[in-house]
Ligand binder design. Structure first.
Ligand code: TPP
Ligand code: MG
Length: 547
């Protein structure tokens, strides 16, 4: 037995859980934990410039590494700043543990300095919130926090740590991480699903984050080939299947292909696999028609039937389900399915092929940028993005594979692009990591360039500059034509700003300047900001300039 300070014991448990990196803004309320990191050099504590950056970095670190992300913040002001990344982790089902300093136990309830009741505040935002009030319970509750965040449908867990509790002392010998055993469908349920699929004429598999979390891409590819089923990815879940796979039928979300939406609406069987059929993916819950049999396979019982009534619901980890499904014999499959799969894939390829650039234009065309990136992005790359209209081109024209990955917020959080790139690059330093942001979103978290410079996290940040909150401008022009208000922006030179932070940077104003600038970014030994000046008249992918 050894005597431990509470703050040190928290970090001891982090080490037992395999934590290697944590992202924070330091605060006096959890100084004991920070001092614990000093004792444990195997854990690197990365200070950021705003708690939103810390939470986004931890969230993307989790997505890139496949393990839990960890962030830390101080009482009320730190915790409330942190919440945007926790909300993203909730909507995106990302395993994330947030350690938050709390006011001293004897002062609780007095509206003490920076006091917030975290159990109340985070109860809806997070999967679980726990306050550790006795130092002896640190190992039990910290391990439980990691188990909770990893198991079932992953999600964020907040651990509230009263300042004075972290200074108490307790004896401790050992403890260990609790292994997660994901549920796997029973044979009968698998057989029932496959029987429903057998005779379907125009079925789809809608695959979501559950496939990526379970690393079940290979099994999904094998099943879709064996059973002749087209695969569609949910909003921002491109990596369920290589987008070059012959059975890939495209993606759901803002700007999804109309023909695909109609085909899903008219299909006889839809299997939602690790997909919770979100509002954005399902076009406000209209995607699937009343005549369609919906089969949902999900790791979490509470996701089943949440968005649509389903005919069959199966609680299973995606990989375990697919492995069993692959053992079923694929006999008497409707012979017209082959042509259907080809039709869907051909339409996807046509829709995702960018039009040829017009050549010498006054602005950079996003079609051309993405076409260039398709050519120049190296293997083993991660592209991250914010929310915004610029994303429409990336979604439509970039094709992701298992080595060209996408990390983005299904929560639609602006400001995610840059910090998530830093988080992903921290997890996978050998990857090329490129963030994609609009001028609006980039300036929400731009200060994290300093975090990147200080830690030599050499990401490439592409800023698509149209000097406006373009998405909202587009909505304004549609719903309130001619009444523009609150959506115009002026910006500093992003390249000058980048240089002041110690990054490299280039501004691109013509199509043919993009590729050389992109290669310069790839070869840079500093974080790199690549500003792309686009035409403010063209607000969405597929729109043609009226000039
Ligand atoms: C944190 C946050 N605040 C506000 C919004 C609402 N919103 C969605 S897109 C957008 C504008 C994005 O502007 P910009 O980043 O410049 O990209 P653009 O649409 O111009 O391409 C806004 C304000 C949001 N999604 N997230
Ligand atoms: Mg903009």
């Amino acid at each position: 037995m050894t005597a431990y300070l509470g703050g040190h014991l928290v970090v001891e448990v982090l080490e037992k859980e395999g934590v290697q990196k944590a992202f924070c803004v330091p605060g006096e309320s959890y100084l004991g934990v920070i001092d614990g990191v000093y004792e444990h050099p195997s854990i690197e504590l990365i200070s950021t410039r705003h708690e939103s950056g810390a939470s986004f970095m931890a969230e993307a670190y989790a997505k890139a590494s496949g393990d839990v992300g960890v962030c830390m913040a101080t009482r009320g002001p730190g915790a409330t700043n942190l919440s945007i990344g926790l909300h993203t982790a909730m909507q995106d089902s990302t395993p994330l543990v947030a350690l938050i300093g709390q006011v001293e136990r004897p002062f609780m309830g007095k509206e003490a300095f920076q006091e917030v009741d975290f159990e109340a505040y985070f109860s809806h935002l997070c999967k679980w919130t726990v306050e550790i009030n006795e130092v002896e319970r640190i190992p039990e509750l910290m391990h439980r926090a990691f188990y909770e965040t990893r198991s079932g449908r992953p999600g964020p867990v907040v651990v509230s740590l009263p300042h004075d509790m972290l200074e108490d002392v307790t004896d401790y010998t050992d403890s260990q991480s609790l292994k997660v055993n994901p549920p796997v469908a029973d044979d009968e349920s698998v057989a029932e699903v496959m029987a429903a699929l057998q005779h379907a004429k125009r079925p789809f598999i809608i695959a979501g984050g559950g496939v990526i979390a379970a690393s079940a891409q290979e099994e999904l590819a094998a099943l879709s080939e064996k059973w002749n089923v087209p695969v569609v990815s949910e909003f921002r879940r491109f990596n369920v299947l290589s987008n070059f796979h012959k059975n890939y039928a495209g993606w759901l979300g803002f700007g999804a292909r109309e023909g695909l939406l109609e085909a899903i609406h008219d299909s006889d069987v839809v299997i939602a696999l690790g997909a919770r059929l979100t509002q954005v993916s399902t076009q406000n819950y209209t995607l699937i028609g009343n005549e369609t049999d919906i089969i949902q396979v999900d790791i979490s019982p509470s996701s089943i039937g949440k968005s649509f009534p389903v005919q069959v619901g199966v609680v299973s980890d995606a990989k375990g389900f697919l492995q069993k499904a692959l053992q079923e014999a694929a006999t008497n499959i409707d012979p017209t399915r082959q042509a259907f799969v080809e039709e869907m894939n051909n339409a996807y390829i046509a829709h995702s092929t960018p039009p040829s650039p017009k050549g010498d234009t006054a602005y950079v065309e996003m079609n051309s940028v993405i076409a260039d990136m398709m050519q120049a992005v190296p293997e083993n790359s991660i592209l991250t993005s914010d929310a915004g209209n610029f994303y429409g081109w990336l979604a439509r024209y970039f094709r992701f594979t298992d080595t060209k990955r996408y990390i983005g917020p299904t929560s639609g959080a602006m400001g995610y692009g840059l910090p998530s790139a830093i988080g992903a690059k921290t997890a996978l330093p050998d990857y090329t990591v490129i963030s994609f942001s609009g001028d609006g979103g980039f300036m929400m978290t731009m200060q994290e360039l300093e975090t990147a410079v200080r830690n030599q996290t050499n990401i490439i940040a592409i800023v698509v500059n149209n000097n406006m909150y373009g998405t909202i401008r587009a909505h304004q022009e549609k719903h309130f034509p001619g009444r523009v208000v609150g959506t115009s922006l002026t910006n500093p030179s992003f390249v000058d700003v980048a240089r002041l932070y110690g990054c490299d940077g280039v501004k691109v104003e013509r199509n043919d300047a993009f590729l050389p600038a992109f290669y310069e970014a790839l070869n840079s030994d500093k974080p790199f900001v690549l500003e792309v000046q686009t035409n403010p008249e063209i607000l969405s992918a597929g729109q043609v300039a009226e000039n």
